[in-house]
Design a binder for this molecule. Structure first.
Ligand SMILES: *Cc1c(COP(=O)(O)O)cnc(C)c1O
Length: 434
């Protein structure tokens, strides 16, 4: 499989180069050159296939022969090594819980898969040492740090805005092995991001070390997210049509679901659920793409006004707004509705949810109501464990959350981070770290 640039000014490239470079030379996102359809035989038998084998069948054409089968199977089993339950929380409404991975966020799947692919490519190429550089507003940092924790010869640098991420998130970023350097930036997420961008454009740095980005546009983070749509379908045994509501920020997760649908996985409809950063719901409704200034919300992993992956969704639907409308509905919710929903789900359904997943639930309910649906399975994607947004959730349900066992041990670990306030400090560090 070759990958084309969606800016159409770079030559098609291999999966390997697409993963290592992240973006095409013309700054476009990579997209698979060929459409893949699964055989009807496979689609009919997904309930009977082993999870790892199913995921292998789903992704193999996208990787081609660039990773040998045995190794790819290994990578997949490491990527989906935790449970992905589908819980019915009320009649025909299910929570697809993607937060049982090592850092309790769905980003674990993409980050792990990408780390293991890079690890393989690194072993088979003795060039300069790789450094993964990433800016995070919260969940990405922990997932990337953890994903790369077992890889050799790959350094990881994670920039996060001081005081603007939750305690659990900070521990996950700052308590790793010596290969993972946490950098606490005295400024906001935009400053972190611009420091990272400067580094990628800096010739001095690029001559000295090989920099790789691990952000959500990387094809190795995007594609494996298809796995959980297949695994969820496997768990639902009735034949009612499946509707997925996906809490969306950069639209990578929902876009992977749509790619799964395009390969033949039966999904009736997608709901793109956002917070008040509602560029896409407005676009779907009004046909005008008009990003506004990004607003801060309690579902901060979705505080995005120009979702980078939306261009991939447009590509899948050939830029046909009508087709997009037939397949995707969009709804946005403010913080007040989010808090009310967390409270109500706790009271009436005895289900505790984080703010992002709550928005997924709200979008699903709204779509079902507006369309008077009867026989269906409604799945909202639960993207983070409530403990990752402890303060917000505790304030909403007015009681305390317990730390899950997997988090307890890191909460006692000592934080280790460098503090920086400008690009020159980051450059100094990257130039002399070895
Ligand atoms: C990253 C993230 C999202 C948004 O996912 P996208 O793929 O960027 O749309 C939603 N919820 C949580 C908890 C996240 O960390």
């Amino acid at each position: 499989m070759k990958y084309i640039s969606l800016n159409h000014n770079s030559a098609p490239t291999s999966f390997r180069d697409a993963v290592i470079n992240g973006l095409a030379p013309d700054k476009g996102l990579y997209f698979p050159e060929e459409e893949i359809c699964l055989s009807s035989k496979l689609l009919k038998s997904i309930n009977n296939i082993d999870d790892v084998e199913l995921c292998y069948e789903v992704i193999k054409e996208y990787i081609g022969n660039e990773i040998p089968k045995n190794r790819l199977i290994d990578i997949i089993s490491n990527t989906i090594s935790f449970e992905i339950p589908v819980k019915e929380i009320e009649n025909s409404i299910y929570s697809l819980e993607l937060f049982h991975g090592p850092t309790l966020a769905f980003k674990d799947v993409g980050a792990k898969f990408m780390a293991l692919c890079l690890d393989y490519f690194k072993e088979n190429n003795s060039s300069k040492k790789m450094t993964v550089l990433v800016a995070t507003s919260g969940d990405t940092g922990g997932a990337v740090a953890n994903g790369f924790s077992g890889t050799k010869d790959i350094d990881v640098c994670i920039l996060y805005p001081k005081g603007k991420i939750s305690e659990v998130q900070e521990k996950q970023i700052t308590t790793n092995s010596s290969f993972v350097q946490a950098i606490e930036v005295e400024g906001d997420f935009d400053l972190c991001q611009s420091m990272v961008k400067n580094a990628f454009n800096d010739n001095d740095i690029n001559q000295k070390i090989s920099l790789t980005s691990a952000n959500s546009i990387n094809v190795a983070r995007w594609l494996p997210q298809m796995f959980y749509y297949f695994l969820a379908s496997k768990k639902i045994e009735n034949t009612n049509p499946n509707i997925y509501s996906v809490p969306s920020g950069n639209f990578g997760n929902i876009c992977a679901g749509i790619l799964a649908q395009s390969m033949g996985l039966p999904i009736k409809h997608f709901v793109a659920s956002t917070n008040v950063n509602d560029t896409i719901p407005r676009y779907i409704r009004e046909g005008i793409y008009e990003p506004l200034k990004t607003k801060n919300t309690i579902s901060n992993a979705m505080d995005v006004s120009e979702p980078s992956n939306f261009i991939r969704i447009q590509k899948i639907f050939n830029n046909d707004l009508q087709k997009i409308r037939e397949n995707i509905s969009g709804y946005s919710f403010d913080d007040k509705s989010t808090v009310d929903c967390i409270e109500k789900l706790n009271q009436h359904n005895n289900y505790i949810t984080d703010p992002h997943s709550a928005i997924g639930y709200l979008g699903l309910k709204k779509y079902i109501q507006e369309n008077n649906l009867n026989n269906f399975n409604g799945l909202f994607v639960s993207t983070a464990h409530p403990i990752k947004f402890k303060d917000t959730v505790e304030n909403s349900i007015k009681s305390q959350l317990e730390y899950p066992d997997s988090i307890k041990s890191i909460m006692d670990r000592e934080k280790s981070a460098k503090t920086m306030k400008s690009y020159s400090e980051l450059k100094e560090y990257l130039m002399h770290k070895d």
